[in-house]
Design a protein around this ligand. Structure first.
Ligand code: COA
Length: 255
């Protein structure tokens, strides 16, 4: 099970690889747990000066496993997904993400907590919360309007349609678009460059940029999480998840 998240540390970089390609790197509770542990360990390890999160060049993550949503919905504040979001939103060290292929749901929202995000031209982002009968998570309802402006965020969060790397870069989610063959090397070079800088300056700079919003982020995450859990039990969400596995369009006309 732990092989679904591979964690390696070397040359001052902790690498967290999402490795469930047969399910498009959809995230199970155990995977959130492993990623939260890896982030906390990396933040506490003096040998680590940068953290790199990646999937494969053709798939970052299809977001939360929809089957898990049905069979094991997250309960309470100690749910693995909550632990992961708390960890990624409070990590003091710089986080670099390399994104290729689909980045859906939390596959996109986790990027709002990364410091440098590199994506391939074929990366496909999506925030499908309304089309799943859910609400945004990871404080994306706060952070996306702040970085992209209300109208752009409203398009992405209310319509919930897939969007390109170019659009993600224009919205401020992606730092730079790089060719697929160079994705991991490019992200690794950035992690290496940041790891070579004075660690106290890097940490203080990140903390200064984040501090004004950190209390609001925690508050919004808690509120989103409450509504998200409530919506997970809704007939609309059940219809959306069932439709996905039955490979048909959901029918929300009766709700
Ligand atoms: N949860 C569980 N299984 C998932 C999944 C998810 N979030 N995303 C993909 N899978 C599974 C599919 O059921 C399929 O399994 P199967 O081979 O046993 O049928 C396999 O992964 C491949 O997915 P598929 O849909 O055939 O790949 P694709 O390349 O056509 O599309 C995605 C990729 C990511 C665009 C599409 O799978 C998708 O939209 N997934 C759902 C994303 C989502 O709604 N996430 C939750 C956000 S809150």
């Amino acid at each position: 099970m732990t092989d679904l998240i591979r964690v390696t540390t070397g040359q001052q970089i902790a690498r967290i690889e999402i490795n469930r390609p047969e399910k498009k790197n959809a995230l199970l509770a155990t995977m959130y747990q492993a990623m939260a542990d890896a982030l906390l360990a990396a933040d506490a390890d003096p040998a680590v000066r940068a953290i790199l999160i990646h999937g494969r060049a053709d798939c970052f993550s299809a977001g939360n496993d929809l089957d898990d949503f049905l069979s094991k919905p997250p309960h309470g504040e100690d749910a693995p997904v909550t632990r992961f979001l708390q960890a990624i939103s409070t990590t003091a060290k710089p986080i670099i993400a390399a994104v290729g292929g689909p980045a859906v749901g939390i596959g996109t929202t986790m990027l709002l907590h990364c410091d440098l995000v590199y994506a391939t031209p074929a990366a496909k982002f999506r925030l499908p919360f309304t089309s799943l009968g859910l609400v945004p998570e990871a404080a994306s309802s706060l952070l996306l309007p702040a970085i992209a402006g209300y109208q752009r965020a409203a398009e992405l969060l209310l319509l919930g349609q897939p969007f390109t790397a170019e659009k993600a870069a224009a919205a401020g989610i992606v730092t730079e678009i790089v060719p697929e063959t160079e994705l991991l090397d490019h992200a690794t070079r950035a992690a290496t460059a940041i790891a070579a800088l004075p660690t106290s300056s890097v940490r203080m700079t990140k903390a200064l940029m984040k501090s004004a919003q950190s209390a609001q982020v925690a508050e919004r995450m808690a509120e989103e999480s409450r509504l998200f859990r409530q919506q997970l039990g809704s007939p609309e969400a059940k219809e959306a998840f069932t439709a996905f596995f039955e490979k048909r369009a959901p029918d929300f006309s009766k709700f």
